[in-house]
Design a protein around this ligand. Structure first.
Ligand code: MLT
Length: 261
């Protein structure tokens, strides 16, 4: 896995395939590994760039809350280092929040936007308080309580047992400090409505039909915000559509990328 030093922090990323650059941003509390079906078989004519956000996977944490803007700045620094002036930016759940933040920071960089099992909304006050309680718990006791709470809501009924087991292992391996920092960072995120309404570029919105965390109603709001976007609802998938139904997800992604080529 190649690395970059950002302000003295090690930042890991995967870089696979050749062609149209597509950045895929992982959700919470995962790592670049959560895109394994796509990394194992990058779409033809596509270069996949898949980082570990600060404090996740092999990337070192930064100082203070890991805001969506800070994680987006890391991605922009990586794109500068790779000399990529414009890319397709995709993100799942928290990765989608980071993709929206990146679009706000540097819209010219975004050749296309892929928003997967995510939402445009900020947290309300009750949600922010829940995040703080989670961060305090993770700092005191590690990630297991958070993982135990999330696992029952992640997958569609009948999800593959091996996928469930790998995801659970991946979640339990995350760094408590990085997880707490991202929890606090998500609590401070702003509503994406303004930037998504202004964006105007190509956009694909993907959601599992059984996503209990960011359900299809939220995906419809996203798709309505971005004029001309495409909404793909993946049957038999929960919150992790690219892992639960990789063939259907890859087909949706490839249809979208073919339109950009
Ligand atoms: C994720 O999957 O990234 C999280 O569920 C996002 C969130 O907690 O808002």
């Amino acid at each position: 896995m190649p690395t970059l030093s950002i302000s003295g922090r090690t930042y890991f990323y995967e870089d696979r395939g050749e062609g149209l650059p597509v950045v895929l941003l992982h959700g919470f509390p995962f790592s670049s590994e959560s895109w394994w079906p796509q990394l194992e078989a990058p779409p033809k004519g596509v270069r996949l760039i898949v980082p570990d956000h600060r404090g996740f996977g092999h990337s070192e944490p930064g100082e203070g809350p890991a805001t969506m803007e800070a994680m987006a700045e890391d991605v922009l620094t990586l794109l500068d280092a790779l000399r990529l002036p414009s890319v397709v930016v995709g993100g799942l759940s928290m990765g989608g929040y980071v993709a929206i933040a990146l679009t706000r920071l540097d819209p010219g960089r975004v050749k296309g936007l892929v928003l997967v099992d995510t939402q445009s909304f900020a947290d309300d006050e009750a949600g922010r308080q829940r995040r703080e309680a989670t961060a305090v718990d993770v700092e005191a006791h590690g990630v297991n309580g958070l993982v135990d709470g999330m696992l029952p809501r992640l997958f569609a009924p009948g999800a593959d047992g091996a996928v469930r087991a790998r995801v659970e292992k991946l979640m339990r391996a995350q760094q408590p400090g990085g997880v707490a920092a991202a929890t606090r960072g998500m609590a401070t995120r702003t509503d994406g409505k303004d930037i998504l309404s202004r964006y105007g570029g190509p956009c694909l919105v993907v959601v599992g039909d059984a996503d209990a965390i960011t359900p299809p109603e939220k995906a419809k709001v996203l798709a309505e915000l971005v004029a001309g976007s495409t909404l793909e609802v993946i049957a038999g998938a929960g919150h992790l559509a690219p892992l639960e139904q990789p063939a259907a997800f890859s087909a949706a992604l490839e249809r979208f990328l073919a339109r950009l080529a």
